[in-house]
Every structure is written in structure tokens, then in C-alpha cells.
Design a protein around this ligand. Structure first.
Ligand SMILES: Cc1cc2nc3c(=O)[nH]c(=O)nc-3n(C[C@H](O)[C@H](O)[C@H](O)COP(=O)(O)O)c2cc1C
Ligand code: SF4
Length: 455
């Protein structure tokens, strides 16, 4: 039986963003029931037991994160909703915010009830004007209906939601960068620990969750743990650290596909099925060469490379669960934004474009990230001008391996995300890079200026 969308079920209804329509579809009955029948800890336990992992990129177990808040804290405790959504080609949060804002707002109410927060900050990236307006209208409707404010539904639960417009930079999505920006400062990520659950916004305990994660909270509280766990992929018995990849998931398709689209399917669909069945295949009748499985930061899949241990399959057949991309040397599932690169596109041009992004977006606090992303841009610029040197490829891999929170040289994960596309592109498409260096061919996109991109 084909999968019936739940998170996106309402998006094509007329006036899908209006409170009246949401309530007619059973909206806010779940928070009403929770306020009447459940203690905050019951909500946390249900979310924890569902196996929900954060949809913002890192895949951290949601309910478990909530339990990291200090016990019996006198407050205030804050929830920050991360709607910065700046990973290139990612737009699943935008669709939820524009088309079904109340589903996420109900998730925020449930989360705040669970973590005993009376204030949520909804941080929306600056460029998302339609999302901002749609959310503001929805929040205004909730205050008018007394579903926000003091003593909601006579339960004694108080909650205010403050909509905050972001600062127009990718780093504002990193959770402590977001908090700094919310506090009115430059979005420089903080050194952790302390983690936000202990000391977050305005130095108070804070939970940061992604928009899609909170939409899942609404559905888990409405439909139950068994429903959520009936979709997706259970933990790998051979990997004791795998928490499984349960539930429905929103995937966005972009790049060289016939049909760029946001689809909801159970976690674990293969890359091939997603592109071929949901994205209408590669555009212009061409073939795929490479794919970013979950945003630029995750690195590249070589769709023609054999998949180890699986006869007849290639990297194109990996499942898009939290583990799948890691099996082929990528960082992870990330934001589940799938970007396809066709076989007529130069990986040197692609990589130069990627390096421009990360060099521009590095906040500059950590020398390895600031300098590393800058040098990776300079070297890829040299390569696309036909001036590359043989040793450039190993230098790029070396820089990519050394910068990042995982090798322990930087404060945040932006630099890991900058390194992964570089090292996967060169490791997987080395022959193409070497041929370009040998021939001295210049990219048709290379301008005559000596260097472009860094600031
Ligand atoms: C450079 C960088 C950018 C990020 N951008 C976002 C973002 O736009 N949205 C998001 O939800 N998480 C983003 N994250 C991840 C957040 O730091 C955090 O893990 C997430 O908001 C937690 O929510 P979740 O547990 O519900 O996934 C980013 C991380 C890094 C390192
Ligand atoms: S890793 Fe990069 S983006 Fe992150 S704090 Fe350091 S310099 Fe800033």
C-alpha cells in the first residue's frame, strides 16, 4: 500500500494555515488531552519511547535531550525553535511553516508543557518572509482564541510564543549561534559545555529543536508510539550505538532532477527510489553522477561506485536513514536535502561552488575553519582556472580531514560540513580532478579575475 502522508497531509487544503481548518481536522485536541490527562513527564516519556531523533541535522534523540534539563529548576526554561533552515537545497521546514503552521505550533505547545517552559522563541531565517507572515497570523489567531497566554484551556499552563526574524547567515542555525543571535549579538557559536540544556538563551536552561522535529511531536502525541515506530528502520543489531531511524520523514529534492519536490515517506527510502520515483529522475534524460544525500555538508555519493558487500548495487542504492549515507563515507543524513548532479557537470565547478559557500559562511572565530575554508576556496578556484597542481588534491583532503569539531580543532560543526564535500569529492572523483589538472582545462564559469568569493 502506498504511504499516506501525515506531516504533509494538510498542505494542499484550502486555507490550510487557518486555525478554523486545523481545528476542524482535530487540531489542538492533542494538547487539550495532554493538559487534562497527562503530566509533563508523560509527554517526555512518550516522545522518548517513540525513538524520535531530531530532524535538524544531527539526529540526536529528542526526548532524551529534554531529560538533560536540570531537575526542579525554578525557571525560566526556554524552547528555541530552529527555523533557520540555511543548508543549501533544504526547504522542508519552509513548507510546514507556510502551509501548516498550526501543526508545528501544537508541537511547540506540547514540548513546552513537557519541559515546563512558559516561553518559546521561534527563530525564522530572515529570507523566509512568507513563513514569518503565516506564522505571525497563526500565533495571533492562537492568542485571540486564548490558546496562548495565561491559563490555557483552564489548565493553569501558561505559554507565550515570540516570533524572531533571523540574521541572514547560515551559522545562525547552529544552536548556540542561534541563541547568540537571539540575544542580539553576532551569531558566534559558543564553546560547549555548557550545553544549552544547562545554560542556553539568556543563560537559562534551553532546548533547541527543529521545526520538523516538533511537527513529529504533535503526531507522536496524537497517534502514539506504535504508529511512529511502524515506519522507518529499527536499530542495527551490529551497532550498539545505533538508536534506529523511526518515523516518517520529509525529503527535499533539488539540483538536476525533473521534479524538485518535498516528499514525505517512511525513513529509509533508497536514494535511487527517491530520485527516480519521486523526483521524476534526472533532468533532460541525463544520468546522475553524484548526489548530496542530506545537504552540502554531508559530502557526495558516487552513484556509479559499487556498494560494498551488496552485489549489483551501487552507492545510489543506500537507504536514506540516519546510518545509510555513513556507509559510503558521507557524514550522515543531515537535513535529508537530496541534491542531484548530472553527468555533464564538472565536479571541479561543483566543489568550487561548495567552497565559496562555506568560506563565506564561516563565522571566523576558529582559525582552522576561517583559514581552512578560505584556502580550500583558493585552491578550488585555482583548479577551475586550469592552474591546478598535482599536490593540490592531497592538500585539499588534508585540510578537509583536519578542520572540524570531530577532529577537535573548532568550536562548531560548520567546518566538518565544509570538509566533508571536499574530501568525498576528491576521494570519489579523483580521476576527473587529475585529468583536469593534466589538461589545464579552464572552466567555462571561471571569470578572468584572479580570485572571487572570499570577503
Ligand atoms: C553550521 C550549522 C548549521 C545548522 N543549521 C541548522 C538549521 O538551520 N536548522 C536546524 O534545525 N538545525 C541546524 N543545525 C543543527 C542545530 O545545531 C541543532 O542540532 C538542531 O537545531 C537541534 O534540533 P533537533 O534536535 O530537533 O534536530 C545546524 C548545525 C550547524 C553546525
Ligand atoms: S567552526 Fe567555523 S563557523 Fe564554527 S565557530 Fe568556528 S569559525 Fe565559526
Amino acid at each position: 500500500m502506498p504511504y499516506e502522508p501525515v506531516l504533509l497531509a494538510r498542505i494542499n487544503k484550502p486555507n490550510s494555515g487557518k486555525l478554523e481548518g486545523y481545528r476542524a481536522d482535530g487540531g489542538y485536541a492533542t494538547i487539550e488531552r495532554a493538559l487534562k490527562e497527562k503530566q509533563p513527564i508523560d509527554v517526555t516519556t512518550q516522545v522518548k519511547d517513540s525513538g524520535l531523533r531530531g530532524r535538524g541535522g544531527a539526529g540526536f534523540p529528542c526526548g532524551l535531550k529534554w531529560t538533560f534539563l536540570p531537575k526542579d529548576h525554578p525557571g525560566p526554561i526556554y524552547l528555541c525553535v530552529n527555523a533557520d533552515e540555511s543548508e543549501p537545497c533544504t526547504y522542508n521546514n519552509r513548507i510546514l511553516m507556510e502551509k501548516d503552521p498550526h501543526q508545528v505550533l501544537e508541537g511547540i505547545m506540547l514540548a513546552c508543557y513537557a519541559i515546563r517552559s512558559q516561553k518559546a522563541f521561534y527563530y525564522v531565517r530572515y529570507e523566509y518572509g512568507d513563513s514569518f507572515r503565516s506564522l505571525q497570523a497563526a500565533i495571533d489567531e492562537l492568542y485571540a482564541a486564548k490558546l496562548l497566554g495565561q491559563n490555557i484551556l483552564g489548565s493553569g499552563f501558561n505559554l507565550d510564543i515570540v516570533l524572531h526574524r533571523g540574521a541572514g547567515a547560515y551559522i545562525c542555525g547552529e544552536e548556540t549561534g542561534l541563541i547568540e543571535s537571539l540575544e542580539g549579538k553576532r551569531a558566534w557559536p559558543r564553546i560547549k559545555p555548557p550545553f544549552p540544556a544547562i545554560e542556553g538563551a539568556f543563560r537559562k536552561p534551553t532546548i533547541v529543536n527543529n521545526v520538523e522535529t516538533l511537527a513529529c511531536v504533535t503526531q507522536i502525541m496524537k497517534r502514539g508510539i506504535d504508529w511512529f515506530k511502524s515506519f522507518g528502520v529499527p536499530p542495527d543489531p551490529k551497532n550498539p550505538r545505533d538508536a534506529g531511524s523511526y518515523g516518517p520523514k520529509l525529503y527535499t529534492l533539488a539540483g538536476h532532477v525533473e521534479k524538485p519536490v518535498c516528499v514525505e515517506v517512511p525513513m529509509g527510502i533508497t536514494l535511487r527510489d527517491l530520485v527516480e520515483k519521486h523526483g521524476g529522475g534526472v533532468w533532460k534524460g541525463r544520468k546522475a553522477k553524484a548526489v548530496n544525500p542530506g545537504g552540502l555538508s554531508m559530502g557526495f555519493v558516487d552513484v556509479n561506485a559499487p556498494l560494498k558487500g551488496e552485489d549489483g548495487k551501487t552507492e545510489y542504492d543506500i537507504p536514506l536513514d540516519f546510518n545509510g549515507p555513513g556507509r559510503v563515507g558521507c557524514l550522515g543524513l543531515g537535513t535529508a536535502a537530496v541534491t542531484v548532479i548530472d553527468d555533464q557537470t564538472s565536479m571541479i565547478d561543483v566543489l568550487h561552488n561548495v567552497c565559496q559557500f562555506f568560506s563565506h559562511e564561516s563565522c571566523g572565530q576558529c582559525t582552522p575553519c576561517r583559514e581552512g575554508t578560505g584556502w580550500m576556496l583558493k585552491i578550488t578556484d585555482r583548479l577551475r582556472r586550469g592552474l591546478g597542481r598535482k599536490e593540490d588534491l592531497d592538500i585539499l583532503i588534508d585540510v578537509g580531514d583536519r578542520i572540524g569539531i570531530m577532529p577537535g580543532t573548532t568550536i562548531c560543526g560548520l567546518s566538518d560540513g565544509a570538509g566533508w564535500p571536499v574530501k568525498t569529492a576528491i576521494r570519489k572523483f579523483r580521476a576527473e580532478f587529475e585529468a583536469a589538472i593534466k589538461s589545464g582545462a579552464k572552466s567555462k564559469y571561471a571569470k578572468s579575475l584572479a580570485l572571487a568569493g572570499s570577503h
